[in-house]
Design a protein around this ligand. Structure first.
Ligand SMILES: Cc1ncc(COP(=O)(O)O)c(C=O)c1O
Length: 406
């Protein structure tokens, strides 16, 4: 693929930061090296000496003095090597991406650590989206994505979706405005980027089937689109078998995937990952070099954290959210059947409701729900629908129910 054709002028102009290259060279050097070159502070001056964290399973995560010095120091912009290589292995095991063994220029799978997937997304958008570009998105979609895309001055082209996510037929219809033969013409307005949330969509709770993904991927091939697969709810899929990811189908190197540990480990630690063709991941890393420099070393450096992650990936979190979903569905069945409709989300944290025959739903939501101390999220342009989060509902159930009069 010709990745250069996808880059914005700003992204194409990025050059490696000299100071970051020096730091990374230093990090690869033996500890005996006394460097007079870089500006990394002497860690002996830092006031923190050691740290221990109690894990709920009884383990204790220890940062001894050496580990602490490393945790408090600058680190590589793409992420610390141990976490990155652990994550690359995991990504290959989970998705078996066809690109894993491609050459770099042909889009070999690469990864970098980001400060939550939101950082990855916003940097990917800034790398790919010019003012006036047409960008394909699910309708409706995650408000954080809209917040990152809107200031870029692009046209958001909504593709219809339902409980199984983006509808390929709808995408085909949207794309039929353009002729695929024009894709590589200099002033073509054909979209170059498609953004989708394949599992437990935010706000809709929708999850895409394998068939739909294949059809969307085929259209992406026809129109030479990059697909941004934003998948923070991947590890919160309630039912097996899990549909293959876009990354696992990616014979061309046209998928950029964002993953997040926010929903299974901690949202405050801010750990996310970008996975995609090396020429594009490299551009994201150049942007990180020039902005945050790297995700907090402290949150990345903890080796026992990896062990905790492994046990987390044993899917206890899924069971928790499955129970939450079932509790909310049974409450909804009990209280809301006559006034709303919904589908059972197959993944994620959200139940998307459509109100039936209620004209002043804004008043219902903003006043009556709040009177009952029930918060939810709704899209102000479409007050017939609203999103309920599964995260805390059972706790409320135990002290009085959450929707008696809604
Ligand atoms: C669809 C989607 N993408 C990205 C994010 C950002 O997550 P993170 O905490 O990893 O930045 C969220 C957060 O809720 C989300 O729902």
């Amino acid at each position: 693929m010709n990745y250069a054709r996808f880059l914005t002028a700003v992204s194409a102009a990025r050059k490696p930061s000299a100071i970051r290259m020096l730091t990374e060279l230093q990090l690869r050097s033996p500890p005996s090296l006394i460097s007079l070159a870089g500006g990394a502070p002497n860690p002996n001056t830092f006031p923190f000496q050691s740290c221990s964290i109690q894990v709920k399973n009884g383990d204790t995560l220890m940062f001894d003095e050496t580990m602490m010095k490393r945790a408090l120091q600058y680190s590589a912009s793409s992420g610390i090597p141990e976490l990155l290589s652990w994550m690359k292995t995991l990504q290959k095991d989970l998705h078996n991406p066809p690109t894993a063994n491609y050459t770099a220029e042909n889009g070999q799978m690469d990864m970098c650590v980001t400060t939550g997937s939101q950082e990855g997304l916003s940097k990917v958008f800034e790398m790919l989206v010019n003012p006036g570009d047409n960008v394909l998105i699910d309708a409706p979609t995650y408000s954080g994505t809209l917040a990152a895309l809107q200031p870029l001055g692009c046209n958001l082209v909504s593709v219809p979706s339902d409980q199984y996510g983006m509808i390929p037929k709808g995408l085909k219809e949207v794309l039929s405005r353009w002729d695929p033969a024009d894709v590589h013409k200099p002033h073509s307005t054909i979209p170059r980027v498609l953004y989708t949330i394949p599992n437990g969509g935010n706000p809709t709770g929708a999850s895409m089937t394998a068939q739909r993904k294949w059809e969307v991927y085929e259209l992406a091939r026809q129109y030479d689109l990059l697909i941004i697969e934003d998948d923070p709810y991947y590890f919160l899929q309630f039912d097996k078998p899990w549909a293959p990811t876009f990354l696992s189908m990616d014979v061309d190197g046209r998928i950029i995937r964002t993953d997040s540990f926010s929903k299974i480990l901690s949202s405050g630690l801010r750990i996310g990952f970008v996975t995609g063709p090396k020429p594009l991941v490299d551009r994201v890393v150049l942007h990180i070099q020039a902005s945050t420099m790297h995700t907090s070393t402290f949150t990345q450096v903890d080796e026992p954290l990896l062990l905790t992650l492994k046990s987390l990936l044993s899917f206890r979190v899924i069971e928790f959210y499955r129970t939450q979903r079932d509790a909310m569905l049974s409450s909804a069945d009990k209280w809301l059947k006559d006034v709303a409709e919904w589908h059972s989300p197959a993944a994620g944290m959200f139940l998307w409701m459509k109100l039936k025959g209620i004209t002043d739903s804004q008043q219902l939501i903003m006043e009556k729900a709040l009177e009952k101390e029930v918060g939810q999220f709704y899209d102000s342009e479409s007050v017939q629908v609203f999103r309920l989060s599964l995260c805390l509902c059972v706790e409320r159930e135990t002290y009085g129910g959450w929707g008696g009069e809604l």
